[in-house]
Design a protein around this ligand. Structure first.
Ligand SMILES: Nc1ncnc2c1ncn2[C@@H]1O[C@H](COP(=O)(O)OP(=O)(O)OP(=O)(O)O)[C@@H](O)[C@H]1O
Length: 242
């Protein structure tokens, strides 16, 4: 199975240094949470790993290769970055068939993943009529389509009801138990405490911690307390007194 390796990653947008020399490895076989204050550089890092943005310095490798060098990327890396993307007029199954075709994935896999995410009953409905939870599930179906060893999820539980949150938790744990590399960003620390084995914490584009959830929790009274202590110097808009 394959790790994600970021080495000296740097990315600037105009005057904003979004990622500032990040080095970390995401190991297979466990769920690694990716956390940090708003604007810390999490999405940028994920975009660079997925070849959607070019770094100004450093490298991001998946299984030892750059994403843009992969010929059939969906077979190597699955990603949920933005659940709102497919054409609203396109039917869910057609959207997945189109993705499968462009990556040399056999069509029967489409029905397999639709069933896996619980969308088999609405496979012929148009994406435009999907609820947020259904969109999120379709995004996850796309990520799983190529049966990839590496998966990235950016805020996968955003806007989901408790049932959906519980479903995602089980899915992530199951994928890691199969030996896959699972990298998931979230602001919901309590949720991550129950899902992730390991956390990469960043602030202002820099690495603040790369440690097991157990080790981080032992630093404070809770994972949240440990996180707040680690990131207190990296928050642009701190909350006032409660
Ligand atoms: N395309 C872009 N153009 C200009 N600035 C950008 C762009 N993308 C990100 N940034 C800036 O880079 C910094 C990091 O943003 P990023 O979205 O990676 O952070 P994040 O940790 O994912 O934040 P959040 O938790 O709020 O989603 C921010 O200051 C953001 O405004």
């Amino acid at each position: 199975m394959r790790p994600i390796e970021c080495q000296g990653l740097r990315k600037r947008y105009g005057r904003t240094l979004a990622v500032d020399g990040l080095t970390f490895t995401v190991a297979p076989g466990r769920v690694t949470g990716f956390v940090g204050p708003n604007g810390a550089g999490k999405s940028t890092t994920m975009r660079v790993i997925l070849g959607l943005d070019r770094p100004d310095a450093g490298t991001a490798l998946v299984g030892g290769r750059r994403y843009r060098d992969l010929r059939t990327p969906l077979r190597h890396v699955g990603a949920l970055l933005d659940a709102g993307s497919p054409d609203p007029g396109r039917r869910a199954r057609d959207h997945l068939l189109w993705m499968a075709r462009s990556n040399g994935i056999p069509p029967p896999r489409v029905d397999e993943v639709l069933e896996l995410v619980g969308l088999d009953g609405v496979a012929r409905r148009r994406f435009g009529g999907f609820s947020l939870g259904m969109r999120q599930r379709l995004g996850i179906a796309s990520a799983l389509l190529g049966d990839p060893p590496v998966l990235l999820f950016d805020e996968p539980v955003n806007g989901l009801d408790p049932d959906g949150v519980r479903w995602i938790r089980g899915l992530l744990r199951g994928l890691a138990a199969q030996g896959r590399t699972v990298f998931v960003s979230s602001h919901l620390l309590a949720e991550l405490a129950g899902t992730a084995d390991h956390l990469v914490v960043i602030g202002r584009g820099r690495l603040l911690a790369d440690a097991s959830v157990a080790a981080l929790t032992a630093l404070g009274t809770s994972l949240e307390a440990a996180y707040l202590a680690l990131t207190c110097g990296s928050v642009d808009y701190p909350a006032g007194p409660a």
